[in-house]
Write a protein that binds this ligand. Structure first.
Ligand code: GZL
Length: 346
């Protein structure tokens, strides 16, 4: 058999060949080797576009997904924008890193949904010193100097909590149990989030006016269904006589419902545990229609349009308001069907 001539190619040449092949594939694939923070090349190609750096806090819930989609659907090249989007995966340090990267890339605007209320002064001062306007999306920040951000667009979380309390007052009246001892447990969102603190303040303000409402326990469920289930399981083991669950978002509610079902207890309009939830995402509204969730306090994630309007105002030299509240409602079996038939986007 003819000796097969062995070509000896050094490993170095193989490595260079592979690297060139990868580079070629990436260029053909249209993706930048430096995608992510170092989008300099892309920005320079699109210098006529308004560059917006968005730091989203995570992707922990169905609500958050809808919130992200509302931003990505408006900040498009067709609308004259170049969007740099970063998912911080629930970590404040990732948001601070992303904001610093936006500053170093000299974006035109910074938009971020702060995972917690505190710890933002330093990086917001850096953004201000760089002359980059900052817009808060969804949640708020605790800063003494309000000039560190242009506007905050989101919900009134205290009012959402009060709506939950007022609904429970009316429901107990309707059931003729307004004077009974009512045992309540609360699943809270991630500690320090303005959505968590606001809803807690709002509900406890109403609860505090009823000496017969006993808040047996409240724990952080971090706005996720897994943690919501875990916390609910512990509540069910500790408290045999829970009457009401207040769950500060639908994802935690989904987990809590699983735990309650596994415990053999019943929920909803005809059940022995009343379920009060927040967000009003589509899947939860279906459960309201089935009578499983008694009431869902809406929290509107469609904030992209509001942010777009604020930036357009700034582009034309106008000063937006310091605070914008998105429109939202309260859903029960009485009004949910009409809402489900509407052109709802989440
Ligand atoms: C509320 C938002 C909360 C939602 C949760 O505006 O910050 O965070 O209620 C989400 O679903 O995780």
């Amino acid at each position: 058999m003819k000796a097969v001539k062995r070509y000896h190619i050094s490993t170095g040449k193989i490595a260079i060949g592979l690297l060139l092949l990868i580079l070629l594939l990436m260029i053909l694939g249209g993706c930048s080797l430096f995608a992510g923070y170092d989008d300099e090349a892309y920005i320079s190609e699109n210098e006529n576009l308004t560059v917006v750096g968005v730091s989203q806090l995570g992707s922990e819930s169905g609500w958050r997904t809808a919130n992200t989609e509302s931003v990505q659907s408006v900040f498009t090249k067709q609308n004259g924008f170049f969007l740099i989007f970063n998912n911080a995966r629930q970590k404040q340090e990732n948001q601070i890193k992303a904001i610093r990267s936006f500053i170093s890339q000299r974006v035109d605007y910074i938009v971020f949904a702060p995972v917690v209320e505190s710890g933002w002064e330093t990086v917001l001062i850096e953004a201000k010193e760089a002359g980059i306007p900052v817009i808060l999306m969804d949640r708020g920040v605790n800063v003494a100097d309000k000039s560190l951000y242009i506007t905050c667009i989101g919900s009134d979380f205290v009012e959402e909590g009060e709506k939950a309390g007022r609904w429970l007052e009316a429901d107990l009246e309707e059931r003729g149990t307004a004077d009974d001892e009512i045992n309540i447990v609360i699943l809270k969102g991630n500690q320090g989030a303005s959505a968590q603190t606001g809803r807690s303040i709002g509900f406890s303000t109403i609860a505090g006016t009823h000496s017969n409402w006993n808040i047996l326990d409240q724990e952080y469920g971090d706005f996720t269904s897994a943690k919501g289930k875990e916390v609910m399981e512990s509540f069910l083991q500790k408290y045999p006589d829970i009457d009401v669950v207040v769950s500060q978002n639908d994802d935690m509610t989904f987990g809590a419902l699983e735990a309650i079902r596994e415990s053999g207890r019943t929920v909803g309009i005809d059940g022995d545990i009343t379920i009060i939830s927040f967000d009003a995402v589509q899947e939860a509204l279906q459960m309201v229609a089935e009578g499983t969730i008694n009431v869902d306090i809406e929290c509107n994630p469609n904030q992209g349009e509001y942010i777009y309007e604020a930036i357009q105002m700034l582009e034309s030299g106008e000063e937006p308001e310091k605070r914008y509240y998105v429109e939202e409602d309260v859903y029960t079996i009485d009004n949910v069907t009409e809402e489900l038939l509407s052109q709802r986007t989440y």
